[in-house]
Ligand binder design. Structure first.
Ligand code: ADP
Ligand code: ZN
Ligand code: ZN
Length: 755
């Protein structure tokens, strides 16, 4: 008798553990590791799951259920993906089901709904000899439209008697011949043509010419050689190149090499929406081998992308995949290289939901599974990656010069405190900034003003007692948005009417304080009434194409001054942009995060890097009330090494990464007293095991979001200690806490390497 087979199935649930099902005989040849299967779980609800293993040993369960269905013939998930999912779930302390959920949303698990899109094609009914064809053409003299169609067909397919017959899209034939469908139908009735329905790609097929590579400058060539030789010995290299040094040019060479070998490349970016220019550049070189994976794809487009990445036989399959962090989950079949561009960017970390993974670190792991190389690129590397490079774990290549020997922009610090004292400020602008903008506008050059805060004014304040309106669901001050004349909570999005009087003392003298992007826009328009001013932040970017529109109008010179949040700090390359103004730089420094200074350095250097990329006189004005701040000085001197060393020293002193690993546990409850109890319990449990390595529980800066009270516990684990063991102990403490009275409606989230 044939042996029974059992499958371990991963289900998209936050529950840990294995789920085993019997494979019924009629499905046995359809199920393999990586197959999508439909099964019943719990209350008999149907779920799609992924088979992670098959065995002929009967599991020790009383009643085992059967797999209900196998919707796809071939397995959708390969072995390396499964290994990667496993690693993610172990490292980031979540269930493999949660990883599967994240991964399959990139492929849309509704595989069974996928049907290739079909379109009507026209083809000659047989191979005609020259003389036969001449007879047909003669006969059609009386039907000139039909004649046009036939000649259009012959032209489009480059018809000659020796070659094969090609189908031509019906729509294209009509367009080329300027004829109507009725004429095509007549030719079909005369059996000259046949019509067939063929599968076509749903993905837009813009033809792009592939261009030859640019010649590298001497500095770039040296960097490239060094890169290649370091890859001989190392798996990971950090490419540290100042803004506009040509990092992308080096990536393009590396991609080319992989593509030539028939391998695939994953190009990760922090945010796909902000990179129209880069994508265009890559498509120009790699044409149809390129695909951009983003959240706006429809389910069937996703499915098709998924298949064109997975299929190793498909000659038109994708070789270069550009995407944000979720592109890590795509089913590569032969990955040779992963590029993590702007590796320092904190949007690589997923905060919610689980898996709370860091895409840079996960990319390194995935590349290792493929035995592929990883290149991390940045003008302002993260302290962690720089540490790994300088300690010899990663390779390191530096490019200190901009391409074309363009100077780095001149950076000027404008002291706002002094200017206020001397009464030289014009609204929020120092004389230095206004003077520089004025000069640029006179020469027809463009300006960017960077303000890391949305809205008109930060908040409304009672002039009598200092009361500030706050969100009723979150413990945060509300932000005033002039355009909609509302107060908005930036945490939960709730909007409120403007209060007419103070709720604390009843006074009606409420004033607006602070200076968001919207307020700066208003004020700059008053100072430069002739300038064409636009704003770019989350509020103005709600529509699908708003970003592209603003970028192209800036590029075409229809905008003189662009005001924006950190969105404008990323990757933009404008020829005529010579002045960058950074407003309230001190606001970037003062928040409680051990990475605050590092992030401020990165942000200021990145925005500065947008200035004067083609012209020799780029200028950056940093407005600050704290001109002596060490970080601002380091930005001024482009002193990455200095920043790195001082930050590292501090982290050593206070024991933060890279000197230890952090695990953060967030406990949430709608009842504050219960939260305090639970968090204290968990804190004690952990303290029993980890002693002084535990910080907290503490309320974070924002202690309540959408009516959930929050307390955090931070665990610092020494680098030398076995992480797996520590995680096991953490999990046990969490499980025990979840069992105490009142823990039911709580949420406990674990975040490994919080950012
Ligand atoms: P990065 O990625 O380091 O910011 P880019 O690769 O975007 O720098 O290069 C900056 C600009 O200089 C781009 O417009 C790019 O096209 C141009 N450039 C860089 N290197 C070369 C080269 N070798 N030949 C021609 N243009 C180059
Ligand atoms: Zn809120
Ligand atoms: Zn008041």
């Amino acid at each position: 008798m044939k042996k029974e087979l059992y499958a371990d199935v991963i289900l998209p649930l936050a529950v840990k553990g294995k789920f085993t099902y019997r494979i019924p005989g009629n499905l046995s040849d359809k199920v393999s590791v990586g197959s999508i299967v439909t099964v019943r779980f719990g209350n008999k609800q149907l779920y799609s799951g992924v088979v992670s293993g098959i065995s002929d040993e009967s599991p020790e369960i009383e009643k085992i259920r059967d797999i209900t269905d196998v919707p796809e013939k071939t397995p959708l998930v390969n072995q390396i993906q499964l290994k990667f999912w496993n690693w993610l779930s172990e490292y980031y302390m979540c269930s493999i089901g949660e990883v599967m959920k994240a991964a399959m949303s990139s492929g849309s698990i509704l595989a069974e709904r996928y049907k290739p899109k079909e379109e009507r094609f026209i083809i000659l009914s047989q191979k005609y000899s020259d003389s036969e064809l001449n007879i047909i053409l003669d006969k059609l003299e009386v039907a000139p439209k039909q004649l046009d169609i036939l000649t259009a067909y012959l032209r489009l397919t480059d018809y000659s008697t020796g070659s094969d017959l090609y189908p031509v899209k019906n729509s294209l034939l009509l367009k080329e011949s300027q004829a109507l469908q009725a004429s095509v139908n007549s030719l079909i009735r005369k059996r000259i043509f046949v019509s067939v329905d063929l599968a076509v790609s749903r993905l837009s097929e813009v033809e792009v010419n592939t261009e030859p590579l640019n010649e590298l400058s001497d500095g770039q060539s040296q960097a490239f050689e060094s890169l290649v030789s370091q890859f001989g010995e190392r798996e990971i290299v950090l490419l540290h190149g100042v803004t506009s040094s040509g990092k992308t040019e080096l990536y393009i060479r590396l991609i080319e090499e992989q593509v030539r070998k028939g391998k695939q490349v994953l190009y990760l970016l922090p945010e796909i929406a902000l990179t129209t220019q880069l994508i265009f550049r890559l498509k120009r070189h790699f044409g149809k081998l390129t695909t951009v994976f983003h959240s706006r794809l429809s389910d069937s487009e996703r499915m098709e992308t998924w298949k064109k990445i997975a299929d190793s036989e498909d000659k038109a399959g994708y070789r270069l995949v550009i995407g944000a962090r979720s592109a890590l989950f795509l089913p590569f079949h032969d990955l040779g290289l992963v590029i993590v561009d702007e590796e320092h960017d904190s949007s690589y970390k997923q905060h919610d939901p689980a898996p709370r993974y860091h895409a840079r670190d996960s990319a390194i792991m995935m590349a290792a599974l493929w035995k592929a190389k990883t290149i991390l690129g940045s003008a302002t590397p993260s302290v962690e990656s720089a540490f790994n490079s300088f300690s010899g774990k990663y390779g390191y290549v530096y490019m200190g010069e901009r391409y074309g020997r363009i100077n780095l922009p001149e950076i000027i610090i404008a002291n706002t405190r002094e200017a206020y004292r001397k009464k030289q400020m014009v609204s929020h602008f120092t004389p230095q900034l206004l003077h520089t903008i004025d000069n640029a506008l006179e020469k027809g050059e463009q300006v960017i003003l960077f303000r890391n805060r949305r809205g008109f004014s930060s908040y409304i304040e009672c002039s009598e007692c200092g009361w500030v309106p706050t969100c009723t669901q979150c413990a945060v001050n509300l932000t005033y948005h002039k355009e909609i004349n509302r107060l908005v909570c930036h945490y939960c999005g709730s909007a409120y009417h403007i209060p007419v009087k103070c709720s604390s003392c009843g006074s009606i003298s409420l004033s607006t304080k602070g200076s968001g992007t919207e307020k700066i826009e208003d004020e700059i328009k008053i100072v430069f009434p002739k300038a064409r001013v636009r704003r770019m932040d989350q509020d103005t970017m709600k529509n699908k194409n708003s970003f592209e529109k603003i970028i192209s109008s800036f590029e075409n010179g229809h905008i003189d001054i662009l005001i924006g949040t950190q969105m404008i700090s990323k990757g933009l390359d404008f020829e005529n942009l010579t002045v960058v103004g950074i407003m309230n730089a001190e606001g970037l420094l003062n928040y409680p995060d051990f990475r605050a200074n590092e992030k401020a350095f990165q942000m200021m250097s990145q925005v500065s890097g947008r200035a004067g990329r083609r012209q020799k006189h780029g200028k950056v004005i940093i407005q600050t009330s704290d001109p002596d701040s060490r970080i601002i000085k380091q930005v001024l001197n482009n002193d990455f090494k200095g920043m790195f060393e001082t930050q590292l020293e501090e982290r050593k002193l206070f024991n933060y990464p890279p000197y230890c690993r952090l695990v953060r546990i967030m406990v949430k409850h709608r009842d504050k007293t219960k939260l305090n109890e639970l968090a204290a319990h968990l804190g004690n449990e952990l303290r029993n095991t980890f002693g002084t390595r535990i910080l907290g529980p503490e309320f974070p800066v924002i202690s309540r979001i959408q009516n959930w009270y929050i307390k955090n516990i931070l665990i610092k684990i020494e680098k030398e200690k076995p992480l797996a063991r520590a995680k096991e102990l953490i999990n046990k403490a969490v499980e025990r806490t979840q069992k105490i009275k009142g823990a039911g409606p709580s949420r406990i989230n674990i975040d490994v390497d919080p950012y």
